[in-house]
Design a protein around this ligand. Structure first.
Ligand code: UD1
Length: 418
């Protein structure tokens, strides 16, 4: 069993390069099904979720070549139908993106009900509502989602909840539908825009991505293209958050500062000094933070995926902080692990009340999901003494070379297998 071990209490200094955005790359890879030709996708993060979606794509007949530098050549011309293997598709949430892409190209697709982090019930009713509105019949039988349509016809779809996954999936299903599809109350996240840009590079006509109304004019067919994925907003935010609490001076490179606005604003409130450049952000901090209130919201609000590392640093901030999780219903399971390290946090439903303590102390803890795992890494960096993190496979799903990147900044972090 692999563990991450951290000797905490060291400042972080230097520069760190952010990888490509996991949550954009995960739909972009299956979106290539729509081209039916060769696509080249650059700036992919080398993380487990990408290897998993790549295996799923190979298993349905795509030719995939993934280079170490994060470039993937995807040829989907030989795929004839999409029945995604049960065990693989259950491993990640993003396997559901094969539904939208597969439905669009073949009018028939089967994918196992998706997996992903255990952060409460994660319905896919809005995806299904969108597919049905376009003319598909959707059945869930024996844990498998089956969609089929004689033809897809553009229509107006209002999402009852702002969902990144549903917005992207419906966009993919609609690109070749007859006529115009309008998605109202669409998610505005940077990765929604990135996927729309990828679809447009393949010949689609998608307008309005990044606003809450997306208009898609159906086109006859798409074609191959070369595309580079945007930098990972959440990975960048994680490093900014960590340095604010360890103290130090770090330049976080390869970012789109606009995507980090809510995080930068919150960190400034904690008293960290943040300087924005064109494609990098510098954080300078003495590690002495003041408590703040945070509410997670769809973009451009504070991202739910940074709620956990933020809780880790607020646990040593002066005074009290309140975190309200408004996107997912059960995203505080990791708090018990932070308590093992001395954090004083009370959870009541979707609200966590944090009373800042003087210091955290290293402990043996367990990553319960991806972002929870990285919160423990951040806690380990600021804690006194040694932290041992179990179940690090969760962290490997979403963070490329996390130990090497942190080692480069002066952290004492390593991995053992025992
Ligand atoms: C994606 C991200 C995840 C991030 C989340 C919110 C990927 C692989 N994952 O997840 O890291 O935390 O966006 O930014 O990109 N909902 C419904 N019905 C639906 C769909 C969603 O009720 O059909 C609800 C969810 O339960 C949740 C909220 O809508 O409460 C937002 O979910 P959504 O934006 O869809 O998140 P994901 O796409 O699953």
């Amino acid at each position: 069993m692999e563990k991450i071990i951290i000797e905490g209490g060291y400042e972080l200094n230097g520069a760190v390069e952010v990888s490509g955005f996991k949550n954009a790359a995960l739909p972009i890879i299956p979106a290539s099904i729509l081209a039916g030709e060769r696509c080249v996708v650059e700036n992919l993060p080398m993380i487990k979720d990408i290897f998993c979606i790549s295996n799923i794509m190979s298993s349905i007949g795509a030719d995939i070549e993934l280079n170490e530098n994060g470039t993937m050549v995807i040829d989907t011309s030989k795929i004839t139908k999409i029945v995604a293997p049960y065990d693989l598709s259950r491993q990640i949430r993003a396997s559901y993106y094969l539904l939208g892409a597969g439905l669009s190209r073949f009018k028939e697709v089967e994918v196992a009900y998706p997996g992903g982090c255990d952060i409460g019930t994660r319905p896919i009713d809005q995806h299904i509502k969108g597919f049905e509105a376009l003319g598909a019949k959707v059945d869930i039988e024996h844990g498998v989602i089956k969609c089929r349509a004689d033809k897809l016809v553009g229509t107006k779809i209002y999402l009852d909840v702002v969902s990144v996954g549903a917005t992207i999936n419906i966009m993919m299903a609609a690109v070749c539908a007859e006529g115009r599809t309008t998605i109202e109350n669409a998610a505005k996240e940077p990765h929604v825009v990135d996927v729309a840009n990828y679809l447009n590079s393949m010949g689609a006509d998608v307008k309005g991505a990044g606003t809450d109304v997306i208009r898609i004019e159906g086109v006859e067919k798409l074609h191959g293209c070369t595309y580079s994925v945007i930098p990972d907003q959440i990975e960048a935010g994680t490093y900014l958050v960590a340095v604010a609490a360890t103290g130090g001076d770090v330049l976080v490179k390869n970012v789109i500062p606009k995507h980090l606005e809510s995080i930068i604003a919150k960190l400034r409130e904690t008293s960290a000094n943040i300087i924005e450049y064109d494609d990098s952000v510098r954080v300078i901090s003495n590690g002495k933070l003041v408590g703040v209130n945070v509410k997670t919201l769809p973009y451009p609000g504070f991202p739910t995926d940074l709620q956990q590392p933020m809780a880790a640093i607020l646990s040593i901030a002066e005074g009290s902080s309140v975190i309200t999780e408004s996107v997912f219903e059960a995203r505080f399971k990791y708090i018990d692990e932070l308590k093992r390290m001395g954090a004083n946090i009370k959870v009541d439903g979707r609200v966590a009340i944090i009373e800042g303590v003087k210091e955290l102390t290293g402990a043996r803890v367990r990553a319960t999901d991806l972002r929870a795992g990285v919160a423990l890494v951040v806690a380990g960096l600021i804690a006194k003494g040694k932290t041992e993190i179990d179940d690090v496979f969760h962290i490997d799903r979403g963070y490329e070379n996390i130990e090497q990147k942190l080692l480069g900044l002066g952290a004492k972090i390593y991995r053992v297998n025992r």
